[in-house]
Design a protein around this ligand. Sequence first.
Ligand SMILES: Nc1ncnc2c1ncn2[C@@H]1O[C@H](COP(=O)(O)OP(=O)(O)OP(=O)(O)O)[C@@H](O)[C@H]1O
Ligand SMILES: [Mg+2]
Length: 242
Amino acid sequence: MIRFQQLGLTFPGATRPVISGLDLTVAAGEFVALVGASGVGKSTLLRIVARLLAPSAGTADVPALGDGKRLPVAMVFQDARLLPWRTARDNVLFGMERLTIDPAEAARRADALLEVVGLSAHAEKWPRQLSGGQRQRVAIARALAVEPDVLLMDEPFGALDAITRETLQDELAQLHMQSGRTVLFVTHDIDEALYLADRVVLLAGSPASVSLDRSVALPRPRRREDPGLQALAAEIRARLHA
Ligand SMILES: Nc1ncnc2c1ncn2[C@@H]1O[C@H](COP(=O)(O)OP(=O)(O)OP(=O)(O)O)[C@@H](O)[C@H]1O
Ligand SMILES: [Mg+2]
């Protein structure tokens, strides 16, 4: 689904690369969490997957442009970035307006996804009438509506309180189990990464490359208090602070 070989990225005008010699392969259906210090290049890597940035060295095989009925990637950010003048439902429909699908099909997808994220009763509300967690659910529904090959999530739960965060993590884990969609998920939170992902990839160094790539071979649904998760967390923390 995604393959980086000896990927390098230097921003225009910069003297040093941000990323260099990075190798990473993500298979279809995998849920990969990307962790690493602030400024290491996690968001930059997502932007390369989304073709918003082109590599300066090496190769980046990323999802091909779609057929007009779906998009190769969709992005969810820390802030929901909803259009304030559109209702929740119309925000979900917005993502599909670039696609050539008929309006009845778009409406069907929007309603089904609002149901999945538990917002059917709030579909006609404006973003300002929704809580932070509800807005983030709309953003997730909007991203899924375009049926992306890869769902890119850049600290999607970073701005939420701890209880809402855990609820949305559980919903995302469930959604991933059901849909089998490929997910690239950036987080600062190692426990969150381990709870959700099939693999945790640690970016480190300046320029950045993959410093650790650990499979999380624990059954789903997971338990937060699983000792296996805690052992892996300790290992990743030790490497992060090395
Ligand atoms: N458009 C740009 N032009 C020049 N440098 C940039 C640009 N965007 C990001 N950078 C630099 O690239 C590096 C990586 O940035 P990036 O946003 O990918 O980090 P990050 O790992 O996502 O950090 P955080 O966890 O704080 O979000 C940083 O040093 C940043 O200053
Ligand atoms: Mg970032």
